[in-house]
Design a protein around this ligand. Structure first.
Ligand SMILES: Nc1ncnc2c1ncn2[C@@H]1O[C@H](COP(=O)(O)OP(=O)(O)OP(=O)(O)O)[C@@H](O)[C@H]1O
Ligand SMILES: [Mg+2]
Length: 524
């Protein structure tokens, strides 16, 4: 609303307001305009043409209340002609003009109207209200784009009270809801539109017959479904904690130190909110694992953003997809936004101009700008395997709080990883010589160590279901050719790049020295 207020005051002739919530946006707009001056607000739709919105001077407005209609303004061309002919201070809202912006005629009319407002210095603003962003190239320079944010706790409160009171009347015996419970249920619906929140609350009320703290799970699971429907964002629930991650002590400490970073106390102390982290590293060394466990450590919800799907044309326009996802994430803040393997999504950016008309580059730009400007506490964790595929701007200092490099585990880390994975599967870890196994797995990633244990278990199970032993694991290790060998060049290049540009996730560097390999060989 603040942004709209400024744009209208600054006499921006054309604003593109993106939201699926027309009524809410119109209500907010009426309030903004009324607080400035009592300008008429004309709303256009292809079914009704222009109608002026009835208000009481303080933005109070009920959906569907119109005072006057402007006859003969059904077609977009006629409506834009109406705009050009009207000299008085006015805000014109166009509902769903976007499909018409494919017609060269309408684009020209709109440009004429914008030019007219600008040249005549009129106190007028044209607002295109639409759930999707579709701006023709001809208008790109003239338009200010605003994302209308999702409802706040306060707005959800109104919806909640309505559903709650209606439900109570039906029940016949009104009960008191504590403010804390109400707040928990309101928070649970953050990230939904007003309509969606109403549906979720109503469903919870109908299925449980009441709305109390016990219905929190119903509200949350409904919300998860709504969010999943976007097909790009997903709530991730992680049962593992930092204790399931072997080694990576520096990185773990970084996260532990920032455990309270999103609290009020940290704000009062004057701490800036952490922005995000880029985890670079060798495949299978625990980047995704550690990122996911942070949600348990910080006690924040983790949203998984599938960058690949942002680009999938099935789901809609890429840039719009990303914008709406980021808006959802912001409405759920404080939260973690985890985007895995960004190098794959943003790789080939340089060739983007040629292959996809610059879509990848634009989406990437949107993401970077958002990262730079975001004020809401959304902590981004991005992971990547290859730096050569990542655009330089991404890696520039200041974008992320830190870039961590996760190398192959050193001997102590391998011991820790072995212990973790053995104890996840068997109680008596003491019967294994973990030190010996660690020595034999030089050059292995965490994932490969885990795989060796699993293969050993399969071997033993196939052999009459006997218990697996040290020897089975050694055999599995012997049969494994670690990725670090087949990809030695890539690993070395990554390590070299990271040396002075990234922080090491482990306390001491990994050295795969020859003597270790020799010892491994000679022991057989
Ligand atoms: N440091 C570690 N401690 C414990 N387990 C580990 C560790 N590293 C890897 N693993 C095991 O290997 C699995 C795969 O690791 P993960 O998916 O986190 O690797 P990654 O670095 O994200 O790899 P990629 O680059 O291929 O995405 C984990 O789920 C975990 O079981
Ligand atoms: Mg991964």
């Amino acid at each position: 609303m603040q942004e709209l207020d400024i744009l209208i005051r600054a006499r921006y002739p054309l604003v593109y307001l993106i939201t699926p919530e027309e009524d809410r946006a119109l209500g907010a707009l009426a309030q903004v305009v009324d607080e400035q001056s009592f300008k008429p607000l004309y709303v256009w739709s292809v079914t009704q043409g222009f109608r002026s919105l009835q208000r009481n001077g303080q933005g109070l407005w009920k959906p569907g209340q119109f005072s006057q209609t402007a006859p003969g303004t059904i077609s977009p061309e006629a409506a834009l002609d109406f705009v050009i002919k009207r000299g008085d201070p006015t805000v014109f809202v166009f509902k769903d003009l976007h499909p018409f912006l494919e017609s060269p005629g309408v684009i020209r009319w709109l440009r004429d109207a914008v030019g007219h407002i600008r040249n005549e210095r009129l106190e007028q603003t044209i607002i295109v209200l639409s759930p999707v962003m579709r701006i023709p190239a001809e208008l790109e320079k003239d338009v200010a784009v605003v994302d209308f944010c999702l409802p706040t706790i306060k707005e959800l409160g109104v919806v909640f009270d309505q559903v709650y009171n209606d439900g109570q009347v039906g029940d016949g015996h009104p009960s008191q809801l504590s403010p804390d419970t109400r707040e928990v249920l309101l928070r649970a619906a953050l990230g939904l539109t007003v309509d969606e929140a109403e549906k979720v609350y109503t469903r919870a009320l109908i299925s449980a017959g009441k709305l109390t703290e016990c219905e929190l799970d119903i509200v949350l699971s409904e919300k998860k479904q709504v969010i999943r429907r976007s097909q790009i964002l997903e709530f991730h629930e992680e049962s593992k904690t930092l204790e399931h991650v072997g080694g990576l002590e520096n990185l773990k400490k970084w996260f532990i130190d920032r455990s309270g970073a999103f609290s009020e106390k940290a704000r009062d102390y004057g701490l800036p909110q952490p922005k995000g982290l880029l985890l670079l590293g060798v495949p299978g060394c625990g980047k995704s694992l550690v990122a996911k466990t942070v949600s348990n450590l910080w006690n924040l919800p983790l949203l998984k953003l599938d960058m690949g799907r942002v680009f999938a044309s099935l789901v809609g326009s890429s840039e719009q997809n990303l914008r709406s996802v980021l808006r959802t994430a912001e409405s759920l803040a404080p939260c973690l936004l985890f985007t895995d393997e960004v190098d794959k999504a943003f790789g080939g950016m340089a060739s983007s101009m040629g292959s996809d008309g610059g879509t990848a580059a634009r989406v990437f730009g949107t993401f970077l700008t958002w990262m730079q400007e975001k004020v809401s506490p959304v902590f981004v964790i991005a992971t990547a395997n290859r730096v050569d595929r990542l655009p330089g701007e991404f890696l520039r200092k200041g974008r992320f709080d830190e870039i961590f490099f996760i190398d192959l585990p050193n001997p102590q880390e391998r011991e820790a990883i072995l212990r973790i994975h053995l104890s996840m599967r068997r109680k008596d870890v003491i019967s294994f010589d973990v030190g010996d196994l660690a020595a034999r797995t030089s050059g292995f990633s965490g994932a490969e160590i885990e795989q060796a244990i699993i293969s050993a278990m399969y071997e033993a199970f196939a052999d009459d279901g006997r218990e697996f032993s040290q020897f089975d694991i050694i055999r599995a290790i012997e049969a494994t050719k670690p990725l670090s060998q087949s990809m030695a060049e890539q690993v070395t290049a990554l390590r070299e790049w990271a040396q002075d540009r990234a922080r090491m996730a482990s306390c001491s560097p990994t050295l795969i020295d020859k003597s270790e390999y020799l010892r491994m060989e000679s022991s057989f």
